[in-house]
Structure formats: structure tokens, C-alpha cells
Design a protein around this ligand. Structure first.
Ligand SMILES: Cc1cc2nc3c(=O)[nH]c(=O)nc-3n(C[C@H](O)[C@H](O)[C@H](O)COP(=O)(O)OP(=O)(O)OC[C@H]3O[C@@H](n4cnc5c(N)ncnc54)[C@H](O)[C@@H]3O)c2cc1C
Length: 392
């Protein structure tokens, strides 16, 4: 029997890791993707309307490329025996394992935090969308509070009026409050795009409550540390992400986001037959930066981890992960978008020009091509950017 390469996690990193592993290993190894659902969730789009449409089925795409799929929740790992434990008791043996279990929302450690909505997963986004539909139907002058004025909070705040309109409500009567403990919006994006973001929030009448922390949450109110209370029809958390729980089973050092610190080949130093990738990995991008928990990085990290797992198995030299040109493109709702380039996030495009790029990213770049045959998917798993024909 051929040795097994297991890839755990069916997000962007895991999907492309499985394809890259298969491209390199060919018939020399069985490649299987294990994930808790059959869906690749389009997490970067979960601020948008119709979240129930924002996922694609994994098994047919994997099968086309000769990759197996197992639906299951991984609950344990035995690096010495090289087995992955699933809920229900099954143990899957591996010769090489790629851990691509992604990230989850970091809820603030305050009472009632579990009662707030989020858009962290497709299920969470659908749950919030149902509440939006209810608000549109029955609340005359609603108020929605978003906690966390980073990338996701800004995109959601600027979409909300149109989301209420999509549910046949009066978007103009909606009060939107965006709160953050930081003194400015989009603090992690730096000063470059800030004026474009602030202008868009101003035009959209998004109220800002900056520089104060939250003390408690309830389904209908936010209590701030200064004692102020804000009544709300929905409270949504967009308070950043940490590595998903499974990585606690992986031996080795972690960074502040709970990610496994990997070497340049994305291998876990403490267990060399385990590679970690995507949002689960703290990886050096090769230019003095650590990879971000972003789709853009996960797409490339996945390819490198999958290729290296197969190379290692075949006794080939491993390749160092590198990240090509880093860009961000932030949706600003009715104000278009703002696109930046480089780690200093210099603004390159704004307004409709940037919005056209954001639409292309959200509807094409992050999706595997529809109906593509297995050979095309395998070819697109190349770590060489020039060969990833569909990428920007
Ligand atoms: C609302 C939102 C907006 C975002 N916007 C952007 C953006 O504009 N640009 C950008 O670049 N990035 C954005 N991101 C970040 C981006 O979505 C993530 O960086 C990306 O999804 C990471 O990919 P991944 O494959 O590493 O992990 P994930 O996409 O998190 O996938 C992990 C997979 O592993 C599975 N899994 C986890 N644990 C287990 C287990 N124990 N057993 C079985 N399966 C398991 C999960 O179910 C999932 O299928 C956004 C994220 C969110 C939530």
C-alpha cells in the first residue's frame, strides 16, 4: 500500500496543500483531505449578503484530482505512532501530515461574550443574517453594534445598510456603531488607507466609539468599561482571530496568536513529519515578516506545505516558503474600496477602480476555477506564481 499524506482542514490552505501534495507525489502516495465539513467556506466574503451561497463543495474537486476525502472532526494526534484521531474513535495513519486547521474568532474575555453574533464561519454568518432579516422586518429604528474596527469590522459596518435593504427593510433608519479599544479605525492597517476608510465611514453615517474597552455583552446591550451602556438589536464581534483549537495537539512553540512556529519549509521542528500551514502557522515570509492570518497568505502557504510534505516523503530537497507581493483590498461598501501594496500599505487605488479589483478577488481569485478538470487544479497548485494563471 502507498504511504499516506493526510491534510487536515478543508480551508484555502488545506485544499491547495492537498493538490500540491498530489501533484508532487503522483502515484507514490495516497493523499487524503480530512475536514469537519465538505465545504470550503469563503470566509473573506462572510460580511456580504447571502452567506448561505458562500461555500463550495470539496469532494468532487478533490476526486477529480485523485485525492480522497474524509469528513470528520480531528480530536487527537499521536506523533510517535503517526496517527490522527477522529471523533468517534477512528485513527488515521499517516507518513506525513499537513495541519491546516485555520483560525477562529477571538472572543473578548468578558461576561456575555458568547451571546454576541459573529461572521467567523459560514454557519455564524447565516445565523447573523437571519437576525438581520428579522430586524429588517420588525424593528423600526434598529441599532447594530460591531465590536472590533479592524478589516472585518469595517467591511461589515459599510455593508449593513444594503444588507437591511436586501431584506426589504429601510436601511437609512439603521444606526450602526463601530467600537474598538484602539484610538483609530483599522489600526493594524496603518495610516496609509486611514483617510479613505474614515471618509467612507463618515459618508455611511457609521458612528465610531473608539479608545474604550467593553466590560460586558448581552444580546441587546453593550456595557463599556467607563459605565456607558448602548442598547442594541444585535451585537457582532469582529475582534480578531487566533489559531483554531486543534493545534494544541501539535508539539512545538507557539506565537501570540497560538500559531505553531514552523521552519522555512513549514515543518514543525519538534515533529519533522508534521507540516503546519495557513492561519495555523507562524511562518517567516522570507522578507523579514511573519505571514498574516489572511486568505492571500493561506493560499500560498498551503501550496508550499503540501509540496514539501510530498517532497519529504520522496526524499527530495524541501523548498523555502516565500510570499509574493503583498496587497490588501478593503471593501468600503458604497464608497468603493481601497487597495494598498507592500507591508507599509501604500495606497494604490481607491473608489470604483479598487472595487472592481475587490469584486474580482471575491468572485474569482479565491475560488478554484469552476468545473476545472483535475489536471488543471493540480497545475494551479504550483508554488510558482507565474503558473498560478488565475491569481493576481
Ligand atoms: C469575516 C472574515 C473576513 C475576512 N476577510 C479577509 C480578506 O478580505 N482578505 C484575506 O486575505 N483574508 C480575510 N480573512 C481571513 C481568511 O479568511 C483566513 O485567513 C483564511 O480563511 C485562512 O485559511 P485557512 O485554510 O488557513 O483556514 P480556514 O479557512 O479557517 O480553514 C480551516 C479548515 O479546517 C477545518 N478544521 C478546523 N479544525 C478542525 C478539526 N479539528 N477537525 C477537522 N477539521 C477542522 C475547518 O472546518 C476549516 O474547513 C477573513 C476572515 C473572516 C472570518
Amino acid at each position: 500500500m502507498s504511504p499516506a499524506i493526510l491534510v487536515l482542514g478543508g480551508g484555502f490552505a488545506g485544499f491547495w496543500a492537498a493538490l500540491a501534495a498530489k501533484r508532487v507525489a503522483g502515484r507514490a502516495a495516497e493523499v487524503t483531505l480530512v475536514s469537519r465539513t465538505q465545504v470550503l467556506e469563503m470566509r473573506p466574503r462572510l460580511y456580504e449578503a447571502k452567506p448561505e451561497t458562500l461555500g463550495i463543495d470539496l469532494p468532487p474537486r478533490l476526486a477529480a484530482a485523485g485525492i480522497g476525502f474524509v469528513e470528520g472532526e480531528a480530536v487527537g494526534l499521536d506523533p510517535a505512532a503517526r496517527t490522527l484521531g477522529l471523533a468517534g474513535g477512528a485513527r488515521l495513519p499517516y507518513a506525513r501530515l499537513v495541519v491546516a486547521t485555520g483560525s477562529v474568532l477571538r472572543r473578548p474575555p468578558v461576561p456575555g461574550a458568547e451571546t454576541a453574533f459573529s461572521i467567523d464561519s459560514q454557519a455564524d454568518a447565516i445565523h447573523f443574517d437571519r437576525r438581520l432579516a428579522e430586524i429588517a422586518r420588525v424593528v423600526a429604528e434598529p441599532c447594530i453594534v460591531i465590536i472590533g474596527a479592524g478589516f472585518t469590522g469595517i467591511e461589515l459596518a459599510l455593508e449593513l445598510r444594503d444588507r437591511i435593504v436586501a431584506h426589504a427593510g429601510d436601511g437609512e433608519r439603521l444606526r450602526i456603531v463601530l467600537a474598538d479599544r484602539a484610538a483609530s479605525v483599522g489600526a493594524e492597517l496603518g495610516p496609509g488607507p486611514r483617510s479613505a476608510i474614515e471618509a467612507a465611514l463618515g459618508e455611511a453615517r457609521v458612528e465610531l466609539r473608539l479608545g474604550g474597552t467593553v466590560a460586558a455583552l448581552a444580546p441587546d446591550r453593550v456595557t463599556f468599561s467607563d459605565g456607558a451602556i448602548l442598547d442594541a438589536d444585535a451585537v457582532v464581534l469582529t475582534t480578531g482571530m487566533v489559531a483554531a483549537d486543534f493545534v494544541r495537539h501539535v508539539p512545538g512553540a507557539r506565537d501570540g496568536l497560538g500559531r505553531i512556529v514552523v521552519d522555512r519549509a513549514l515543518r514543525t521542528p519538534a515533529a519533522p513529519e508534521i507540516f503546519v500551514t495557513g492561519d495555523a502557522a507562524a511562518a517567516d515570509t522570507g522578507d523579514g515578516h511573519l505571514a498574516l492570518q489572511s486568505c492571500q497568505h493561506a493560499l500560498q502557504l498551503g501550496r508550499f506545505a503540501g509540496e514539501n510534505a510530498a517532497r519529504d516523503l520522496l526524499g527530495l530537497a524541501l523548498i523555502d516558503y516565500t510570499q509574493p507581493r503583498y496587497v490588501t483590498c478593503l471593501d468600503l461598501g458604497r464608497a468603493g474600496a481601497v487597495m494598498t501594496s507592500g507591508w507599509d500599505r501604500a495606497v494604490e487605488k481607491t473608489g470604483e477602480e479598487a472595487k472592481a479589483i475587490k469584486r474580482r478577488i471575491n468572485t474569482q481569485v479565491i475560488y478554484p476555477p469552476a468545473g476545472a478538470p483535475g489536471e488543471t487544479l493540480l497545475a494551479l497548485s504550483s508554488t510558482d506564481m507565474a503558473r498560478q494563471e488565475r491569481r493576481t
